[in-house]
Design a protein around this ligand. Structure first.
Ligand SMILES: Nc1nc2c(ncn2[C@@H]2O[C@H](COP(=O)(O)OP(=O)(O)OP(=O)(O)O)[C@@H](O)[C@H]2O)c(=O)[nH]1
Ligand SMILES: [Zn+2]
Length: 299
């Protein structure tokens, strides 16, 4: 059974076998086990549910997670908040124009995906305005899949819909790229609900404990994360960063120094590959920016 909604005290659990939904509480001991994060049971968790003598439903255990995404609770807090667990795919919805998505944003999300080993696909929406050839070049060279969608012409909507059928997918993207519109085109009943959440979020009415998985009529599950702020890695060292750029790390074994940072060292195979056009400028720039930013925040 999979947790599809959590309010902090109540959980909605879906039984894939029977298609039934249960409203459950959490057995007390589980609450204590999860105290390092603000939420011990999260959407996407596979759980065991038992019916009590009082005819209540209790979550009695959580199966091991294959992965989970975290967001820091607040800037000051060391506690982390888990957004969701057991994510099969991440779709980064972007647009080339109106608004143009900043590639650095895409690269930050991709680093997160790599670190958690979740396969990521880039969806260039609004292909009726601009199909985003620039993004296609950058990300196909880096080894990622890029697909086009348009809510206006219907391009790619069927394809995305059939991909989403296969598991639990997290959809993310900056405001305005058309995330709600795309979800709406795939499944109008879900689209309306997602749109509302997005609206509340913008008005600052969003609370971090609020998370929900939507069941698409085609059988897939999606998580929509409107608040990308703070989405990502809690701890990432500079010397680890290149590992999460597969297009850079591919060449790193050939570098002269085993701990090469690929910035200034002689005999750097990554810089050589960059000079030969095997690594795109935009990706290498993002790598440098992320080293800088994260470096500044280092204790
Ligand atoms: N031309 C074109 N416009 C689109 C497309 N998809 C969405 N839009 C428009 O883009 C604007 C933003 O769409 P939304 O679906 O609200 O975008 P969102 O990403 O959900 O944004 P938030 O609600 O702010 O999170 C709307 O005016 C849509 O009509 C598309 O494929 N082509
Ligand atoms: Zn190097």
């Amino acid at each position: 059974m999979i947790v599809t909604k959590s309010t902090g005290s109540w959980y909605t659990v879906f039984d894939m076998g029977s298609g039934e939904e249960f409203r459950c509480r959490l057995r007390g001991a589980l609450r204590l086990e999860g105290r390092r994060s603000t939420n011990p049971v999260v959407v996407g968790d596979e759980v065991v549910v038992e019916k009590t003598a009082e005819s209540d439903y209790l979550i009695t255990s959580i199966l091991p997670r294959k992965n989970y995404l975290i967001r820091r609770s607040t800037n000051l807090s060391r506690e982390s908040h888990i957004i969701a667990a057991n994510i099969d795919y991440i779709y980064i919805i972007v647009s080339a124009e109106q608004p143009r998505t900043n590639p650095e944003f895409i690269d930050r999300v991709l680093v997160t995906c790599e670190a958690y080993k979740i396969p990521a696909t880039i969806v260039v929406n609004k292909s009726d305005i601009d199909s985003g050839e620039e993004f296609r070049e950058i990300y196909e060279l880096a080894g990622y899949e890029v697909i086009n969608t348009s809510v206006k012409t219907g391009e790619g909507i069927e394809e995305l819909s059939s991909r989403l059928r296969g598991g639990l997918s997290l959809l993310t993207g900056n405001s305005g790229v058309g995330k709600s519109s795309v979800i709406n085109a795939i499944d109008p009943s879900i689209g309306a609900r997602v749109g509302n959440i997005s609206h509340y979020h913008r008005k600052g009415m969003h609370t971090t404990t609020f998370s929900e998985i939507f069941r698409l009529s085609n059988g897939g599950f999606i998580i929509d994360t409107p608040g990308i702020k703070g989405f990502g890695l809690v701890d990432l060292d500079n010397d680890e960063l290149a590992r999460y750029f597969p297009d850079l790390s591919r060449y790193a074994p050939e570098c002269g120094y085993y701990n090469c940072t690929h910035i200034h060292e002689p005999d750097c195979a990554v810089m050589q590959a960059f000079a030969e056009g095997k690594i795109s400028e935009s990706r290498y720039e993002s790598y440098l920016k992320m080293l800088d930013d994260d470096g500044k925040h280092r204790k």
